[in-house]
Write a protein that binds this ligand. Sequence first.
Ligand SMILES: Cc1cc2nc3c(=O)[nH]c(=O)nc-3n(C[C@H](O)[C@H](O)[C@H](O)COP(=O)(O)OP(=O)(O)OC[C@H]3O[C@@H](n4cnc5c(N)ncnc54)[C@H](O)[C@@H]3O)c2cc1C
Length: 385
Amino acid sequence: MSNLNLKAKQQNSYDAIVIGSGASGGWAAKELCEKGLKTLVLERGRMVRHIEDYPTASKAPWEFEFRGTVPIEKRSGVGAARWGREETMHWALAEDEQPYIEEKPFRWFRGYHVGGKSLLWARGTQRWSDYDLEGPARDGYAVDWPIRYQDLEPWYSYVEKFVGFAGSRDGLPELPDQIVQPGFELSCIEKYYAEQLKSMYGNRHLIQGRCAHLTDPQEIHKQQGRNKCQHQNMCNRGCVYGGYFSANASTLPWAEKTGNLTVRPDAVVESILYDEEKGRAIGVRIIDRNTKEAMEFYSKIIFVNASTINSNAILLNSKSSRFPNGLGNDNGLMGKFMACHNYRGKGFATFEGFQDKATEGRHPGHAYVPRFRNVFKQDTDFLRG
Ligand SMILES: Cc1cc2nc3c(=O)[nH]c(=O)nc-3n(C[C@H](O)[C@H](O)[C@H](O)COP(=O)(O)OP(=O)(O)OC[C@H]3O[C@@H](n4cnc5c(N)ncnc54)[C@H](O)[C@@H]3O)c2cc1C
């Protein structure tokens, strides 16, 4: 019997386990597999393979029952299901499957499928500067970051080369330049607005938003099988060109090519196994979404990349004598004080003029106003940006 157990344990042992296959899990898998580690990626949702599992990618509006927008009375539930877009509805978790209590309007976007929210994100990707990282040290509020821009800079560059970004080099200290391919040109009205801002305020800028789109694919992107962005603005359906970065188009297939990757979809990680004698984590326990069977997988290295709320939930679930309140939760703060991603900080306006101009092509990068308040000095009664 013990031999049988040993065999099962060996079969379920890997050099590394990654929980979650989204933006960060895909990267972890790429790095680990490239370094020769046999890596198991556990993903609670279904498999989504690049291109073949993007069912609406090339559909025209008239091919959808409601021409794209689901009537309000037919939308149900809370959160993401309310967005009502037919093209991307299949990425939204059925809210009746996992409802949550919404006391104030709160959209909890969950990408429960291989690729996670890397398929849903808006691809805006700017670097942080020391003005951001030094915030707590300067104003004394919250805990200082243990790193500064010079620690991050090589890693930004490392990621940017592989991912590929479009944008401009703006020379702004509050928004460090990054490795970019040609950006999406601002429209005539955006250019006008940029000039007005600069002339009126000096330190306020409107720039091309830097975004994870390929406008001039380099060899490293071609090796990923990715091509130039076609400006279709249909990104969230999944891009058959690989024009924008997603785990599905980029990091996961790259990891797969090494022969070291195993992806197990439909595997809901319930907890991390902690060995009291060894004093360390030794594996994870999953529940198979379809069979409801519980299984264990073992590894010395475990990356928790299940996104903010689910990573906290897994750790809180991982109780042992050493960690009665959840793994790593000695201070009792886990699961509290989590920050939400600010989804919509947008402004819209109309302007009378430029009637003689037309805009060529779509503009997936958008225009972007870098933070201008409380950067070089404190000029409001609130802290930071
Ligand atoms: C609409 C939208 C727009 C956005 N726009 C931007 C933007 O412009 N710029 C930007 O920087 N960011 C943006 N984001 C945020 C960005 O998508 C996330 O920060 C990023 O995807 C987080 O990566 P992650 O790997 O932590 O989580 P995810 O990408 O969400 O991946 C987590 C994965 O873990 C899986 N998982 C969860 N629980 C378990 C479990 N128990 N067991 C196994 N697997 C599990 C999930 O199914 C998922 O696949 C946007 C997000 C949304 C929703």
